[in-house]
Design a protein around this ligand. Structure first.
Ligand code: NAP
Length: 324
């Protein structure tokens, strides 16, 4: 197993990319400047059969699809129109947009919203919890038969963040007293804790089927789009905070601010999760800098009862039972 290091996507693909030839990959959150857009372009170089590019407007995906068409005309792309803040829309997107896709080898959840003002999804859930986490929980439930049809070595990659380290699921007050006690970054951290707890439990549940599941931290990458609700000088503010010393996680353990990386380096850890054979036995783990980083998980996230509670609560929220 490798040590933590920032690597470009090209490096991971050169090592393991052959396994992606002919595969079908679904990516959420695709747009021209997003990490997901970069991921799609990087993966196209490994000659997959089909890249399903999901966003909530075709105009977001078009520049990426055009670049792929120009450089890899043999790789098919498809736009999947999906609003992650609306469970019925997700259901419809899967039913109508993927009806003719019998198997999906890799699913990479990248879409997110960060530190937005308090609002709710169409189904009434706090926006960051709903879009960043619950939509993924629902999507895996819907996509599982197609992922299982792809067989062992298929993967489910749940993008998380170093913000997970300061996040807990506020089980008794998920929506911050109807927004009254809402703090945008606390809610972002909550959604990332939920993402990592979900991947941990899903990895355990799917281990016997050989399906890989990881949550990953892509590192600090240009925050101007993701953190558009925060002050425009937020990245510079972070640089100032860094000077004050390390951060503390939920357990009070010190950790360093994430280092700034490129989009290629951010997408690399996703690709590591998808195909690096040396980490297959660690399914359910949290990855950072292309390596297993379970030491980044604090006690609340590791706690089995919390993971069970989140799972059961999420089933109630989506009003469906998982077949696992
Ligand atoms: N950038 C970083 O430094 C950093 C650090 C740690 C973790 N991450 C994680 O990395 C991922 C990607 O970040 P990024 O920097 O690439 O962000 P980004 O450029 O803002 O991309 C996020 C994508 O998610 C989409 N999205 C947001 N709300 C949606 C919804 N309701 N339905 C469908 N799509 C929606 C956005 O589409 P619209 O344009 O339509 O809004 C956008 O394409 C996120 O999961 C984030 O939590 C990022």
């Amino acid at each position: 197993m490798s040590v933590k290091q920032n690597l470009r996507s090209e490096v991971i693909l050169e090592k393991y990319g052959k396994s992606l030839a002919g595969k079908t990959v679904l990516i959420t959150g695709v747009s021209d400047q997003s990490i997901a857009g970069e991921l799609a372009i990087q993966l196209s170089n490994a000659d997959p059969k089909l890249l399903i590019l999901s966003a909530r407007a075709e105009s977001k995906v078009a520049p990426i699809a055009e670049k792929i068409k120009a450089s890899k005309p043999n790789v098919e792309t498809r736009f999947l129109n999906m609003e992650l803040g609306d469970l019925s829309n997700i259901h419809q997107a899967v039913n109508e947009g993927l009806a003719d896709v019998p198997k999906i080898d890799h699913v990479v959840f990248v879409a997110a919203v960060m530190a937005c003002p308090f609002s709710r999804t169409k189904d009434g859930f706090e926006m960051q919890f709903g879009v960043n986490y619950l939509a993924n929980f629902f999507l895996v439930k819907l996509l599982l038969p197609k992922i299982q049809a792809a067989g062992p070595t298929s993967s489910i990659i749940v993008t998380s963040s170093a913000a997970m380290r300061q996040g807990q699921v506020h089980f008794d007050d998920l929506d911050f007293s109807d927004g009254k006690t809402y703090e945008p970054l606390v809610a972002y951290s909550q959604s990332n804790a939920a993402r990592t707890m979900f991947a941990k439990r899903l990895g355990e549940n799917l281990k016997s089927q050989g399906i890989r599941v990881f949550s990953i931290d892509p590192g600090g990458i240009c925050l101007h789009r993701l953190a558009k609700a925060l002050p425009p000088d937020f990245p510079e503010m972070m640089e100032e905070w860094k000077k004050a010393g390390p951060l503390l996680d939920v357990d009070g353990k010190e950790f360093d601010f994430p280092t700034w990386t490129t989009r290629s380096e951010g997408a690399a850890t996703m690709i590591t999760g998808m195909i690096d054979p040396t980490i297959a036995d660690y399914t359910g783990a949290f990855l950072s800098q292309n390596a297993v980083a379970n030491d980044h998980m604090h006690a609340h996230v590791r706690d089995e009862q919390n993971c069970t509670r989140l799972w059961e609560m999420s089933e109630k929220m989506i009003q469906e039972k998982y077949p696992l």
